[in-house]
Write a protein that binds this ligand. Structure first.
Ligand code: SF4
Ligand code: SF4
Ligand code: FES
Length: 214
């Protein structure tokens, strides 16, 4: 489901499910959060944008006839008959503190990365982060690329990241893959080589070869 479900509150077959152990009945056209509201359960904790962007509404979902438990975004998943849903609440650890100004040149980036994220090299390639990511990001690969100093490629993988922290919670090595992704995107932008045509124009300005019309 790419966008928030239509909140007609009436359309769709009526389905029965449990959310946080509470049995509810609501139209199948509703998302998990809409279904809660529809049944008069005024949940606001872990609810933010309702657009699949803020990453607040993390839920654990188990469907009928499946032993698999998935992690999804409650505003983006439509309810189904027999579904069991639980909201995931946990603190958001922020144990990586750095300033990009601490990195003097792009030559230093990889070394600094391993200083800021020493645990990234401990990745055991268990795939837990991939499985838990509700945005389908190749999280494990992103961590591997960043560890090898391939920050542009790593950062590109995390473009859709909503910083829900599920990957971090799933990681047995306490790696914060989403923070690795953010770091990769930041350093890529910070040390980005400017477009050659812009550099050429600035050089012409410096030499007085280009007139500025005011
Ligand atoms: S990479 Fe991690 S923080 Fe980002 S969306 Fe996926 S699970 Fe959430
Ligand atoms: S969950 Fe952690 S250890 Fe497992 S693959 Fe992802 S980053 Fe590596
Ligand atoms: S409420 Fe923001 S992603 Fe669901």
């Amino acid at each position: 489901m790419g966008e928030q479900a239509e909140d007609s509150g009436r359309s769709g077959d009526q389905v029965n499910l449990t959310i946080n152990g509470k049995s509810i009945s609501a139209p199948s056209s509703l998302s998990v959060i809409q279904a809660l509201w529809h049944t008069g359960y005024p949940r606001v904790k872990s609810v933010g944008c309702l657009e699949g962007v803020c990453g607040s509404c993390r839920v654990m979902v188990r469907r009928v006839d499946s032993r698999e438990v998935t992690t999804e975004l409650g505003c983006q998943v439509l309810i189904e008959e027999g579904m069991q849903v639980n909201f995931l609440l946990f603190p958001t650890p922020t144990h990586h503190r750095y300033q990009l100004e601490e990195i003097n040149s792009s030559w230093e980036v990889q070394g600094k990365f391993h200083k800021f994220f020493p645990e990234a090299e401990m990745c055991r390639h268990c795939g837990g982060c991939n499985q838990t990511c509700p945005k389908g990001i190749s999280v494990e690969l992103g961590v591997e690329l960043a560890s090898k100093g391939r920050f542009e490629e790593a950062g590109a993988l995390f473009i859709e990241c909503v910083l829900c922290n599920l990957c971090q919670t799933a990681c047995p090595e306490s790696i914060a893959p989403n923070h690795v992704g953010l770091f990769s995107r930041r350093v890529s932008a910070y040390f980005h080589i400017r477009p050659s045509n812009l550099i050429n124009r600035l050089e012409k300005l410096r030499k007085g070869e280009l007139e500025i019309i005011k």
